[in-house]
Design a protein around this ligand. Structure first.
Ligand SMILES: [Zn+2]
Ligand SMILES: [Zn+2]
Ligand SMILES: [Zn+2]
Length: 319
């Protein structure tokens, strides 16, 4: 670049500077495009939204309008640098969620994930595995990551045991607090949480995704029966997707709420009320029962936001 005179010199230097900024911006953008990220594929409780048999106000509009429907709770971790991705939970909505994932990521990844991480044996969290079996997709060796009791349950009970014997799935047994390294920039750690463990233990996951840490606890009994403090655990991460099955104790008239223990949204709000807004803003409430007004009542969502909290939104991408 030849420049003559003072003004030409300044002009030339500016051009070089802008060129440098442009190159750096492009380099940063392409580096950023390679960073792993998390996608929200579903936010509802096991029965989905709308809910079977429900004619009440909570589900009325969702039966009429597709756009109001929500899939059962599920996340995906995506690693563009290795072109791989992993699914969290195999829900009854799995076939729609696989399609949805491909749409959200512009079909840049394999149709099936490299593996599926399961939290426990309640229908919303593993029953979607049936779609991988001989009667449907007949997949080959999809890794199913789960804890020992869950692995034993799948190995010993049909129809799940057939998925194992036909090698539709390949069970990889997890160990509590033992990280699974999925790539240079993605790792996952299971930890046990108290829940109604009829067929399996229940875990949550900590996910290390690039430079961000995520917490995922879709199902848990009350916070105070967990050996960890949820407030401390949220402090350690960037985003926390946590159980918000029910809004409050009046939600299921005629049902003893102790028989289906979960932290009420009201209780979670109370627990965090003296914490900073910064901490509250890390929380993404998820796993909504169809009766939870956060699914169908915008004024409750607004009120929640005013208190500093957020709901997980289906389709959101955390880059
Ligand atoms: Zn559940
Ligand atoms: Zn309903
Ligand atoms: Zn459950």
């Amino acid at each position: 670049m030849y420049c003559f005179g003072y003004y030409r010199y300044i002009w030339c230097s500016m051009r070089q500077f802008y060129f440098f900024v442009l190159v750096m911006a492009l380099a940063f953008t392409s580096l950023n495009a390679q960073q792993p990220y998390v996608v929200v594929l579903g936010v509802a409780q096991d029965g989905g939204y709308p809910h079977i048999g429900c004619k009440k106000i909570c589900c009325q509009n969702a039966w009429k309008q597709d756009s109001l429907r929500r899939y059962v709770v599920s996340l995906a971790i995506v690693d563009p640098s290795t072109k791989r991705w992993w699914l969290f939970e195999a829900t009854p909505d799995i076939k729609f969620q696989l399609e949805y994932f491909n749409q959200l990521t512009s079909n840049q990844f394999s149709y099936l994930p490299q593996g599926v991480f399961l939290t426990h044996a309640h229908i919303g969290h593993y029953a979607g595995l049936m779609q991988l079996g001989k009667e449907a997709l007949n997949s080959k060796n999809v890794k199913a990551y789960c804890m020992p009791r869950m692995a034993n349950y799948l190995n010993s009970n049909g129809p799940w045991s057939q998925l194992v014997s036909l090698k539709n799935i390949d069970i990889d047994t997890l160990e509590e607090n033992n990280p699974i390294n999925l790539s240079d920039s993605v790792s996952v750690i299971p930890f046990q949480v108290p829940h109604r463990d009829e067929y399996s233990e229940t875990v949550g996951y900590k996910m290390n995704v690039g430079s961000k840490l995520f917490l995922f606890i879709p199902d848990i009994n009350k916070w105070n029966v967990w050996k960890q403090s949820i407030v401390d655990e949220v402090k350690k991460v960037d985003y926390a997707f946590i159980d918000a099955t029910f809004y409050d104790e009046n939600e299921l008239p005629g049902v003893r709420m102790e028989s289906v223990p979960h932290p009420f949204v009201q209780e979670t709000i109370k627990l965090f009320e003296n914490e900073t807004n910064d901490l509250k803003s890390k929380i993404r409430l998820i796993h909504f029962n169809h009766t939870n007004p956060l699914l169908y009542n915008p004024s409750k969502v607004k009120q929640l936001k005013e208190q500093g909290f957020s709901t997980a939104t289906q389709g959101d991408i955390y880059k």
